[in-house]
Design a protein around this ligand. Structure first.
Ligand code: MG
Length: 384
């Protein structure tokens, strides 16, 4: 029987690549649900091509366009965030790929877990905002969370067959982004266009900015702690500009396992969708002689403050990582809209972390509240 997949965020970078993987393996996968927020044309084209059972357009303003375009297909069309939360609970879904951007991934992911659906997690913000609640819900509902993020996929692949062996340390590799080695002075005047030009990975705008500020790596540290049950002190970030080693696990005997490959998201996507099987493919292979040097250096947390702020937030626990994420979403948007500079982003996040009320043991409702309150306060901070 084919694995029936729901893709939340099917028109983004991860979503479209997941559909490529599915298209190449029609005997293994079928598409049950696809969803998008505003990318109507791509969503309609995907629906016609993959013939899912259901399509959800999260922004209700787009409902008419989508339902009109698909009226002659045997496809159900729904709109709104409530529909998004309900559709993940549908009976025939085997695996939910969460590939939407930011905080919006939280509730659909939570509802999918509550409905007992296995998760292929590409939305790391869900784990940043509510890692404790999500991992607890997954345990209670016997749900597997399979990482899609390349670093976490690497760690997961290194751990297969080793789940009973304690981990001594994880080395989370980091390309360093487009501004690796730059001084604070040089960073003062970098533009949105500079920040969007990632040297190794082709990704959506939000994560590309997060990669340039190293917030992405901070989020990934938090994600790794929750996915693999580790304290932040066991996660080291190491800059590896070639992005060939996707992360490393060090065991208690000092032995280290690394997972390597070309920087292509289709590989970790396919691994998560196909787990526990590896699926034969014709993706380009890594050639050692094309890349004779693999190098490593420490990250500069004095300049890339977001990484230090992430360790601080995870150290504080409670709703602090949620504050970190919500403040980051606002500053990234402001930066993309050219309202604030590159270096203002961490400065404003730090202020938001000081201003929003700290809650030691937040409920899901507390986190929803924290997210809204942090957005409000951070917007004010970006205007001053
Ligand atoms: Mg990553």
């Amino acid at each position: 029987m084919r694995k029936r997949i729901a893709i939340l965020g099917s028109t983004g970078s991860i979503g479209t690549q997941a559909l490529e993987v599915i298209q190449q393996n029609p005997e293994i996968f079928e598409v049950e649900v696809i969803t998008a927020n505003n990318n109507v044309d791509i969503l309609i084209a995907q629906a016609k091509k993959f013939q899912p059972n259901t399509v959800v357009i999260a922004n209700p303003d787009n409902y008419k366009t989508v339902s009109e375009a698909l009226k002659n297909e045997h496809i159900k069309v729904y709109a709104g965030t409530d529909a998004l939360n309900q559709v993940v609970q549908m009976g025939p879904i085997d695996l939910v790929l969460t590939a939407m951007v930011g905080y919006s991934g939280l509730m659909p992911t939570y509802n999918a877990i509550k409905a007992g659906k296995n998760i292929a997690l590409a939305n790391k913000e869900t784990m940043v905002v509510a890692g404790e609640i999500i991992t607890k819900a997954a345990l209670e509902n016997k749900v597997e969370i399979l990482p899609v993020d390349s670093e976490h996929s690497a760690i997961f692949q290194c751990l297969v067959g080793e789940f009973l062996n304690p981990v001594e340390k994880i080395y989370l590799t980091c390309s360093g982004g487009p501004f690796r080695g730059k001084t604070e002075k040089e960073l003062q005047y970098v533009t949105v266009e500079n920040a969007l030009a990632h040297p190794n990975w082709d990704m959506g705008a939000k994560i590309t900015i997060d990669s340039a500020t190293l917030m992405n790596k901070g989020f990934e540290m938090i994600e790794a702690c929750w996915l693999f049950g580790l304290l932040p002190a066991k996660v080291d970030v190491i800059v590896h500009p070639q992005s060939v080693i996707h992360s490393i696990v060090q065991f208690e005997d000092g032995s280290m396992k690394a997972q390597m490959g070309l920087p292509d998201m289709k590989l970790p996507i396919q691994y998560a969708l196909g787990f526990p099987s590896r699926i034969k493919n014709s993706f380009p292979r890594f050639n050692f002689l094309d890349c004779p040097t693999l190098s490593f250096e420490p990250p500069n947390t004095n300049i890339f403050r977001n990484l230090a702020l992430s360790f601080e937030a995870m150290g504080s626990g409670g709703n602090m990582p949620c504050i970190l994420n919500a403040a980051n979403e606002v500053v990234v948007e402001s930066f993309l809209n050219k309202k604030i500079s590159f270096l203002q982003m961490p400065a404003i996040i730090e202020k938001a972390m000081q201003k929003v009320e700290y809650i030691e043991k937040p409920t899901l409702d507390d986190l929803i509240q924290t997210n809204a309150e942090t957005s409000r306060i951070t917007k004010l901070l970006t205007e001053n």
